[in-house]
Design a protein around this ligand. Structure first.
Ligand SMILES: Nc1ncnc2c1ncn2[C@@H]1O[C@H](COP(=O)(O)OP(=O)(O)OP(=O)(O)O)[C@@H](O)[C@H]1O
Ligand SMILES: [Mg+2]
Length: 227
């Protein structure tokens, strides 16, 4: 069973007086949706960067399937095992919406003729129309861009999805749709979904809600799948 484990993980930014993440231990398992909530500056995005292997902990160990990320090829880990939905969407401005979703698949060796129908299905799944698929990201609303970023992250075959406020720009109906997509990926297809959110609707739909404060995961966890 694939999982991500944090053992007493601390991360301090260069020149910072205080650790952004401080002594965090936690296990994230496949098949579950995790929500991390907490005030601004409490260390949520930093924690996601550590899980994504974008940064290595100053102290402690982040392990994927028992192997410390410090000993892995991190480019490969990020490409094959992690898909990220960023707080800022990071869409490629000079590619159309369709090309944005096809691009990561083609990087992983999917033929363009196979990538296109899959991208179309993913984009339709998040409510993007065929006409919008041919536009550049700058010609979409914030919420539409966010949904394209979600479709693009789902295009990769990575089984761990890390989302930083993935529903931050969405209305209620679109939020509900994204929650359903993410829950079904976890529950039906065994993905591990970890979402940082201020949205209580998202936290409530997650299997496990974690609370972050001052760099620490506080209040333990509420694991609804155990009830
Ligand atoms: N590159 C950086 N260099 C120095 N300090 C940083 C850097 N990035 C973040 N921090 C600090 O680390 C702490 C945690 O930041 P982080 O971005 O993880 O918070 P967050 O919980 O994601 O907040 P938000 O909800 O506002 O996105 C904050 O005190 C922040 O100022
Ligand atoms: Mg953040």
């Amino acid at each position: 069973m694939s999982n991500l484990t944090l053992e007493n993980v601390t991360y301090t930014y260069k020149n910072a007086k205080k650790a952004a993440v401080s002594g965090v231990s936690c296990t994230f398992e496949e098949g579950k949706v995790y929500a991390i909530v907490g005030p601004s500056g409490s260390g949520k995005s930093t924690l996601l960067s550590l899980l994504a292997g974008l940064d290595l902990p100053t102290d402690g160990v982040v392990a994927f399937d028992g192997d410390s990320l410090a000993g892995l090829n991190l480019d490969r880990y990020r490409r094959e095992s992690i898909s990220m939905i960023f707080q800022a969407f990071h869409l490629f401005p000079l590619l159309t919406v369709m090309e944005n979703v096809c691009f990561p698949m083609e990087l992983c060796g999917v033929m363009p003729k196979d990538a296109k129908p899959r991208a179309q299905a993913l984009l339709e799944g998040v409510g993007i129309t065929k006409e919008q698929m041919n536009r550049f990201p700058s010609k979409l609303s914030g919420g539409e861009r966010q949904r394209v970023a979600i479709a693009r992250s789902l295009a990769s075959s990575a089984k761990i999805i890390l989302g930083d406020e993935p529903t931050g720009n969405l209305d209620g109906a679109n939020t509900q749709n994204i929650i359903e997509i993410l829950c079904s990926l976890a529950h039906d297809k065994g993905y591990c979904v970890i979402i940082v959110t201020h949205d209580l609707e998202v936290a409530d739909a997650a299997d496990v809600a974690l609370r972050m404060r001052d760099g620490q995961l506080r209040d333990g966890l509420i694991d609804k799948s155990r009830f």
